[in-house]
Design a protein around this ligand. Sequence first.
Ligand code: FES
Ligand SMILES: [Fe+2]
Length: 383
Amino acid sequence: MLINNWYVAACAHEVQQGKPLGVKMLGMDFVLFRDAQGSAVCLSGVCCHRGGVLSDGLINDGCVACPYHGWEFAGDGACVKIPALGEGAKIPKRGRVDSYPVQEKYGWVWTFLGDLPEEKRPAIPDLFPEYDDTQNWRRMPFQFEAKCNWMRMEENSLDTAHTNFVHRAFGARHAPALEASLIEETEWGARVARTKPAPKTEQKSGDMAHLLQKGRKNTSVNLEFSVIGVCHRINPTFRPGMSLITFTARTPIDAYRTRAIGWQARNYLMAPEHDAERMALIDEAVREDLSVVEKVQPPLTPKSLSHEFLTETDGMEVAFRKAVWRAASQGWEIDRQAFEQERLTRVLVIPSPARRADPKNWIHKSVPLIAPHVDAASRSAAE
Ligand code: FES
Ligand SMILES: [Fe+2]
């Protein structure tokens, strides 16, 4: 799992002014709420006093109050009140928890889990510019949790070949060969445009079947991912002017569980009464994917490309692994084994930007990281 990345923590409406929200990301606890101005705040979720879980507390004047002894923490993470010490007690600098940069985009609260200063932080990807165009696109939110690793989950979405075998409604099992397509690398990810045979007419049902009944040819699919936010956009066009966009972000809950949050937008059958049919198809596709991906072995993506028999049709998955490994090579990968050991007796947290200026005055320790190294893609090429 990577630090120094943006992750979607929650939907914007779930983060409230009067009530803290607990969220698990990268195996750690966070608390989200809105300060007195209504700005979303994300703090490390464990109290620096004696480990109370802040999301079980209350919000007082835009601060979160720990449920154990009532210490209050402001949006910048500083403890501003220790009730047992009495009014006006001086609170040492160490009385604080990490506070993470937050941005709201696409109706979601994105949190930057890492210590990079603002000028070095990558931008949240612009992979869903249609978000505000509600004239031309009808969008629906979806969310689910998967009992599998975030990389395994994301590789599944970037893999075009699997659709023909895993998905009843849109796979083309009768024509599974994939055309070779050029994969174009982007700064933090890659994109590809593919053309694939349409599924058989009898695979479709409901309103969609009526629309696509006659003269349907190939489907063109544009696919793009970014390791920033671990998000991707899948954009099939069934016939000119008839498209779907699925934009999804993955947040690792821990190494073995992943939360997906997404939007699906369509530019046909835009009336709300068609939502239920689309929603049912999303649920079906998620169930189909999870029935395979939650069982894939090994549970974590191998560290070398040579540990699986990859072919040219796995190009986007390989591009994804390389993008993750490039980020890891900067020293941004959590040392999972050291973390599992040490966390039993010590609270470990993602370092926040304030630690750069003042690395000392903290109670909780930064999570152990794998040191910067030559990235695994170059390593595996040499193996
Ligand atoms: S543990 Fe949070 S106030 Fe004591
Ligand atoms: Fe799938």
